[in-house]
Structures are given as structure tokens and as C-alpha cells.
Design a protein around this ligand. Structure first.
Ligand code: PLP
Length: 373
């Protein structure tokens, strides 16, 4: 009998996959967490050029090429006014690896990591893999992360708390006041604030803020990724940044687990960061339009849904049996409990899908809702 680590035995394959596998081939998929836009042509061309010229044949620096890290630092300087040293950036295999190395580097066995509930599935799983204990904190009624609840959950065993705005699975965007609070809490309690900002560009109302803008100590580590910013989920290119000391520890994990992020993907992401950002505006406008279509449809059906202000997810409150009823009728949505106990009684709908399909899915969801009422 093979024997496995107790850490890996504490986690299982994400519930989201199980839903996809149960669905028929012609189902409308409102379960996917990726933009339905092509990667910008200039990013693809940069990767092709890097491959054909041989530039992408070799390992890059462990942290990533200097020019990619400069482009990332420049992006955060321009977008958020953060004075980021390119030496304090690590290019990773997506935001996923960035979260992984951040938690591996900061969490000791038995230490606690406060995670939003419902929250992105990796926070819980990667905390457990690092030997830590996830401490789920319920969201507010409007699905934003409540700084007071985070602060109340801090104990002497807390290593970190995770914040995520715009949020998955909620689409909620934290206010500037809340983000300032996250920074204050991390500073005052001397715990790491791990800020997952992979949906940074998809904000419909107000502005994205990072706790890194407001922290007065080195208490924040930020995760970001080309996946959702530039519709590059398949390229697997993200990044993480923080103080020199934190980056040094994260690099120890990255160096042995990954060596460096894929070179062609690094060149593609650099071109996306330096190139025309038209796609960003186009995607955000399009997601906003589709959000409105979805919200109108849910409201007509009598389904209660907090208004998402970013990302491309909505999280309506739904009766028991709704998700299965949708699945039987050919529409995939994800049960809220796949994102934690706090998601029970809700479903996550990803509206990064074709408008006609979205309308068709709304009428199916309306029927499904009526059937389980
Ligand atoms: N963080 C959040 C909140 C996400 O929703 C995702 C992907 O769905 C990720 C991080 C990781 O994305 P990637 O590894 O593609 O950059």
C-alpha cells in the first residue's frame, strides 16, 4: 500500500472539477474561472519571437528575467503608486504558485492562517499543505471581507491572513477604508497580510486598492497574475512581491520547486504589461455588461444576489437542490460550499461567457429555481 504524507491526505481535489465532470458535453458552463477573451496578439507574438530566436531556450534567473520584473515594478508604480524594487519580485507559475510559495515561506506547523469564507479554494488547501491550520472567517452580508472579523480571529498562533479583492467566488470589492484597515491590522499585530489581487483590473465601481499602498511596515505580500489581467490563464505566469527578506524566503521555495517560471510565458507577460491595454478596458466593459444582464435576470426570477462590483462572478443565495437542478437542465454553476461552509446556501456563477448563452442560462436557472422553490 502506498503511504502518503499526512499533509497531502488533508486535502482533496477541488469540488469545482467534480461539477464539471458530472455535466453533459453540451452544457452551458457558468463554472469556469477564466476570461473568454484571446490573449493579446502582442503577447503571443513576443512568445513566438522568444521561441524562434532561441531566447526562451534556457533557464532565466530564478526570480524571472530582469526586464519582466522591471515591467511588473513599473506597472505597480503606475497603477498604485507603490515604489517597488524589481529585485523584490518573483515571477511564478501563475498566482497559484505565488500563493503556494508565500504560504510555504511564512507558515510553520500548527500556525493559523485566517481565510475568507467563502473564499478561493487554494487558501485552505495550500495552508494545510504548508502544515498550517486555516481559520475561516465569515464575510459580511454584502460578501466583502470584514476587517473587524479578521482582527477578532487573530491569536498568538496566527501567521497570516488572506485578503482577496476583487474576490472569488464573490465578485466583492473591498472599500479603501477596509483595505486601510487590513494594512493597519497587519502592522499592529505583526502578522502577514497576504493580498491576492489577481482580479485587480476587473473593477466596475470605485477603484482597486492594495494594502501594500497603506502598510507602514513590511507586513504585506502581494500576489498577482497575468491570467485574469490579460486573459492568459493557459500561460501560467504570475508574480509575488514583498520586502527583500520575505522575497528571499519565498525564493528558497520557488528555486527548488520551480527553478524559474516558463521563459516563453515570461516574455509574453512582459509584452502584455508594456503593450497596449485596450484589452483590459474591453474586457472590463464587457464583464460589466454581462453582470448587468445576469443581475437583471436573477432579479426577475426572484433570486437574491448581492451586487458584485468586480471580477466576473456573482454569488446569489439559492435554495437547496438548485445547483443539481441546473446541472440536470444543462447549466453548470458551482455550489457555494465548494468555497467553504460560508458558501452553503449560495452558488457561484461565472458570467465570463457568451451573451446569448448567458441569456439562455438565465432562463434555465429561472426554471430550475421555480422547480426547487
Ligand atoms: N487567486 C484567485 C482569487 C483566483 O481566482 C485564481 C484563479 O482562479 C488564482 C488566484 C490563481 O490564478 P492563476 O494561477 O491562473 O494565476
Amino acid at each position: 500500500m502506498p503511504k502518503f504524507s499526512d499533509r497531502v491526505e488533508r486535502i482533496s481535489i477541488s469540488g469545482i472539477r467534480e461539477v464539471f465532470e458530472a455535466a453533459g458535453d453540451d452544457a452551458i458552463n457558468l463554472g469556469l474561472g477564466q476570461p473568454d477573451f484571446p490573449t493579446p496578439a502582442h503577447a503571443r507574438a513576443a512568445a513566438v519571437d522568444a521561441i524562434e530566436s532561441g531566447k526562451a531556450d534556457a533557464y532565466t534567473e530564478n526570480k524571472g528575467t530582469a526586464s519582466l520584473r522591471e515591467a511588473i515594478a513599473e506597472k505597480h508604480r503606475t497603477d498604485q503608486g507603490i515604489g517597488l524594487d524589481p529585485a523584490n519580485v518573483i515571477a511564478t507559475a501563475g498566482g497559484s504558485e505565488a500563493l503556494h510559495i508565500a504560504l510555504e515561506a511564512h507558515v510553520s506547523a500548527g500556525e493559523e492562517v485566517i481565510v475568507p469564507d467563502p473564499g478561493f479554494v487554494s487558501y485552505d488547501a495550500l495552508t494545510k499543505l504548508a502544515g498550517g491550520e486555516p481559520v475561516p472567517v465569515p464575510l459580511r452580508e454584502n460578501l466583502t471581507i470584514d476587517p473587524a472579523a479578521v482582527e477578532a480571529a487573530i491569536t498568538e498562533d496566527t501567521a497570516a491572513f488572506v485578503v482577496n479583492s476583487p474576490g472569488n467566488p464573490t465578485g466583492a470589492v473591498s472599500s479603501e477604508a477596509d483595505v486601510r484597515e487590513f494594512a493597519r491590522i497587519a502592522d499592529e499585530h505583526d502578522v502577514l497580510c497576504l493580498s491576492d489581487e489577481v482580479y485587480e483590473y476587473t473593477v466596475f465601481e470605485g477603484e482597486h486598492h492594495s494594502p501594500m499602498e497603506f502598510a507602514e511596515t513590511d507586513s504585506v505580500v502581494v500576489v498577482n497574475s497575468a491570467s485574469k489581467l490579460f486573459s492568459m490563464t493557459g500561460w501560467r505566469l504570475g508574480w509575488v512581491y514583498g520586502s527583500a527578506e520575505r522575497v528571499d524566503r519565498m525564493l528558497r521555495v520557488h528555486q527548488y520547486a520551480q527553478a524559474c517560471a516558463s521563459a516563453p510565458a515570461q516574455y509574453a507577460a512582459e509584452a502584455a504589461l508594456r503593450g497596449d491595454r485596450g484589452i483590459v478596458t474591453e474586457m472590463t466593459d464587457s464583464f460589466e455588461r454581462r453582470r448587468d444582464i445576469l443581475l437583471d435576470g436573477l432579479s426577475d426570477a426572484g433570486i437574491d444576489c448581492p451586487t458584485p462590483k468586480g471580477a466576473f462572478y456573482a454569488m446569489p443565495r439559492v435554495p437547496e437542490g438548485f445547483v443539481d437542478e441546473c446541472l440536470d437542465r444543462g447549466v453548470i454553476v458551482v455550489p457555494g460550499e465548494a468555497f467553504g461552509e460560508g458558501g452553503r446556501g449560495s452558488a457561484r456563477i461565472s458570467y465570463a461567457t457568451d451573451e446569448d448563452e448567458l441569456r439562455e442560462a438565465i432562463s434555465t436557472m429561472t426554471e430550475a429555481y421555480e422547480a426547487v422553490q
